[in-house]
Design a protein around this ligand. Structure first.
Ligand code: ANZ
Ligand code: ZN
Length: 805
């Protein structure tokens, strides 16, 4: 009988949808809950790609297994649909972005269903749906009411062609990453969220989470906690210049100071400076660069020495020069540093170029005139430092910090690299920010009963030349009344960034149709936290951090029951094209899942994408690999449909192999070693072909294979008449005693005489037996200088070796 995968897959997908096989219910009390989450897709015009299929299939395998383990499983799906690609497409093709989104979602849903994922389709969310973004706006209002949202004017990266604010990461060598147009710094008023207030908790609470190590490390590095001191240097003008340093122990080696070109004293000092023109020209140059470019380590240092003002080192009263340089950022620490060229690489390079003095204050390294010595805590010993001399770096830091505190010119200080979150976008396709501005009352939140604040229809979504949102042209919408005094007021026309809707979507899945609250307390109590969240490494520093921040805030105001949203986080590697290069249209190596499904079936696609390699690592697509997996499924099909199977027990010949396979596949799925789980099933099928298989053996095989190839396994399950559906059965269990390897003793003969006995696993191949014999100490000694010419293995009894000199 032919394996008609197309008909089989359609049949089961229809049944699952109609019968709502994977719908789950809040508070199924006799079962333990399990919440499995994957990152919802951006419904682009390109449709689902194989990069989605890897994590989705992986978590579907886990979800299906956990259901069979007896859990009440929540495994939902939705669409993160606001954002620039849809808006740009809409502008270009003159179609409303809502229509574009609607069509793209239809396509995505169809593709997801074609892959047989066991999502609960009744819980779908769409971030652009007003019944969804009502709650995104509601959370914003709570943030505002708790002082965590504020509006401020700040310099932002501005693309002159996209007419939009860019993140630092989107500016490459001074031009826009997307379009190549020059990027300038522009002062703009922006809504900001105070994520920095949560910096320490976002680090500390990682300890209790089951996140893979590289995710924890990346989050910590991004938050970038550092401990040091703020120290006040007097200027010859009498001003106090405060610097931030992680190394107050090196104060005696501070031979000059550097201010960021934006430092607030510069305007004030300008009339005193003999080289004011040069200083102004440098400021202008620095303004055109992104922070990323400015701090690049291997870049040639530039700067200007202020002619007319000096600083005074507080530990020895020495007058030292003050420079401005772009390697000091305005937005970190205090925007000013004390430079210690002997022990800091950047300062050393700068000092060499500008001829500044280099004084060694920590000994134990190379000559500091030749290179900076970045001294270590325990080994570096202070020199040329008066009362610190002889102390280690580690001991000197608290001594000097105390000294500074006593003099009232310094104190210890913790700094974070993390910046507040710029929450405004001057674009159309996003959630309107529910705030109005009144000349009399200032910024006012709209009343909660006015939510959702609907995104109005506009005639053109093109961004405006002056950098205002397209909404600003909608005067009817913009002009409103002040919720406070009832006078005339204007609505905020900026919208929220793409990251807003995805910062809480996992909560909405718990209770997606609730119109009274973002999710009922009952649902939140029952399902929180997400037990297992798998997603891309590229979301570690933005989405993952943003959503942890929102969740902590919602916890603080009593909305959610747990401090953290996700208990466990894993991450998958990328799928590359044939040949190991990134898939891209220009390389012509993009694999469309639809084509694979049409040619080989969804079960083959699923099995292959799980077999492709180590889940955490990148893996290259291979059409031969796909064919190999199809052949494997064909073999299972033929085994089931063309051979006799009798006896409900495991057959004696296969019993050990079945128990071992159950152990291995169960453990491998939990450890995301899907490739070795499938390899185990392939080996089991080989055994079944060699030994024959009972009904009991086949049943075990179908149960274990069903999370990977669910449609085919359902069909074979039904044909065999085992009863019910395979996805609703219990996961098979194994008897540990039956999985231990049986061993046999074998004699080793050389020259016809027994020379040694070896113990080998009963199922060893001939090659393994010979290798074990040669590894025996006695045999190895006899074999020295000889060549093995022949070996004869008598299974389970002896191995005969023939050597010649
Ligand atoms: C003196 C010193 C001596 C420093 C030494 C380092 C080594 P992290 O660890 O990243 O927090 N710094 C301070 N503010 C800066 C700014 N706005 N832009 C650029 N650099 C700045 O780095 C803190 C160190 O980076 C500070 O400690 C300061 O240099 C520099 F042997 O002060 B240090
Ligand atoms: Zn007012």
């Amino acid at each position: 009988m032919k394996y008609d995968f197309a008909a089989i897959e359609q049949k089961w997908q229809k049944k699952w949808l109609e019968e709502k096989t994977f719908a789950c219910h809040t508070g199924d009390t006799d079962k333990k809950k399990f919440y499995a989450l994957v990152e919802f897709p951006y419904p682009s015009g390109q449709g689902l790609h194989v990069g989605h299929a890897r994590p989705y299939t992986a978590m579907d395998v886990v979800a299906r297994k956990r259901r069979m383990d007896g859990y009440n499983v929540l495994f939902p799906m939705g669409y993160d649909a606001f954002g620039l690609p849809t808006e740009n497409y809409a502008i270009k093709n003159h179609i409303h972005p809502a229509k574009v989104t609607h069509d793209n979602i239809l396509n995505f849903r169809k593709q997801l269903q074609m892959l047989g994922y066991s999502f609960d389709w009744d819980r779908e969310v769409n971030t652009t749906d007003p019944s969804y973004y009502k709650w995104t706006q509601w959370i914003f209002l709570q943030l505002y009411k708790h002082g965590l949202a504020y509006k401020t004017t700040m310099p932002v990266n501005w693309c002159t062609s996209c007419k939009c604010v860019l993140a630092n990461e989107e500016v490459v060598e001074g031009v826009c990453e997307r379009c190549g147009a020059p990027v300038i710094r522009k002062e703009k008023s922006q809504w900001m969220l105070k994520i920095t207030e949560y910096a320490q908790r976002l680090i500390d609470d990682l300890d209790d989470l089951d996140f893979i190590e590289r995710v924890k490390i990346q989050q910590k590095n991004w938050i970038g906690r550092s401990t040091g001191a703020e120290v006040t240097f007097k200027a010859t003008t009498g001003d106090d210049i405060v610097v931030y340093t992680t190394r107050p122990d090196t104060l005696f080696g501070a031979t000059y100071m550097v201010l960021s070109p934006e430092h607030k004293f510069l305007d004030k000092w300008m009339p005193l400076l003999k080289n004011a023109d040069e200083v102004k020209a440098y400021q202008k140059l620095a303004a055109s660069k992104s922070d990323l470019e400015r701090t690049e380590l291997n870049k040639e240092k530039t700067g200007v020495c202020l002619d007319g003002v000096k600083g005074i080192n507080p530990v020895n009263g020495k007058e030292i020069p003050i420079f401005i340089s772009d390697y000091v950022l305005a937005t970190y620490g205090t925007g000013a540093i004390m430079a210690v060229p002997a022990h800091d690489d950047r300062d050393w390079e700068f000092a060499k170029k500008f001829g500044c003095e280099i004084i060694e204050v920590v000994s134990g390294g190379e000559d500091v005139q030749k290179a900076a010595f970045t001294a270590k805590d325990e080994t570096g010993i202070l020199v040329n430092s008066d009362f610190l001399n002889g102390l280690t770096v580690k001991d000197a830091i608290p001594v000097i910090t105390k000294w500074l505190e006593e003099k009232g010119i310094g104190h210890s200080k913790v700094n974070y690299k993390l910046r507040d979150w710029v929450f405004s976008r001057q674009r159309y396709w996003g959630e309107p920010i529910p705030m109005v501005y009144c000349e009399k009352c200032g910024w006012q939140p709209i009343s909660e009963d006015q939510l959702p604040l609907l995104l109005p229809d506009v005639e053109s979504y093109e961004p405006t030349d002056d950098g205002e949102s397209p909404l600003s042209k909608m005067t009817d919408w913009v002009n409103t009344t002040c919720p406070c005094c009832g006078g005339p007021a204007k609505r905020e026309t900026d919208t929220m960034p793409q990251w807003a809707g995805s910062s809480w979507y996992f909560l909405r899945y718990m209770d997606p149709h609730n119109d009274k609250t973002l999710a009922s307390k009952e649902a939140l109590d029952y399902w929180s936290p997400v037990d297992w969240y798998n997603g891309g490494m590229e979301h570690t520093t933005l989405h993952l951090l943003y959503s942890r921040f929102w969740h902590k805030f919602l916890y603080d105001i009593g909305v959610v029951p747990t401090k953290e949203p996700y208990q466990k986080r894993t991450s998958h590697g990328m799928i590359l094209g044939e040949g190991g290069e990134k898939m891209s249209k220009s390389r012509g190596n993009v694999v469309n899942p639809n084509d694979v499904i049409e040619q080989y079936g969804a079960d083959t696609m699923r099995t292959y994408i799980m077999f492709i390699g180590d889940f955490e690592k990148a893996a290259a697509w291979s059409d031969n690999g796909v064919k190999g997996c199809k052949r494997f499924l064909d073999r299972v099909w033929n085994l089931a449909t063309e051979q006799e199977h009798t006896g409900d027990e495991y057959s004696q010949v296969n019993e050990v192999a079945v128990h071992r396979a159950i152990k291995k596949v169960s453990e491998d799925i939990e450890a995301m070693k899907f490739n070795t789980a499938i390899a185990t099933l392939m080996a089991l099928v080989n055994d079944f072909y060699a030994n024959g298989a009972s009904r009991g053996d086949m049943k075990a095989l179908l149960l274990m294979l069903s999370p990977f190839a669910p449609h085919m396994c359902e069909e074979l399950w039904e044909m065999a008449g085992y009863g019910g559906q395979v996805c609703l059965q219990s996961w098979p269990t194994y008897d540990a005693a039956k999985t231990v390897t049986a061993t046999t003793q074998m004699a080793v003969q050389v020259g016809g005489k027994v020379r040694a006995n070896i113990i080998v696993p009963t199922d060893s191949s001939d090659e393994e037996v010979v290798a074990a014999a040669l590894a025996n100490e006695k045999i190895a000694r006899m074999a020295e200088g000889m060549q093995l010419v022949k070996s004869i293995v008598v299974k389970g009894r002896l191995v005969n070796l023939i050597f010649k000199p």
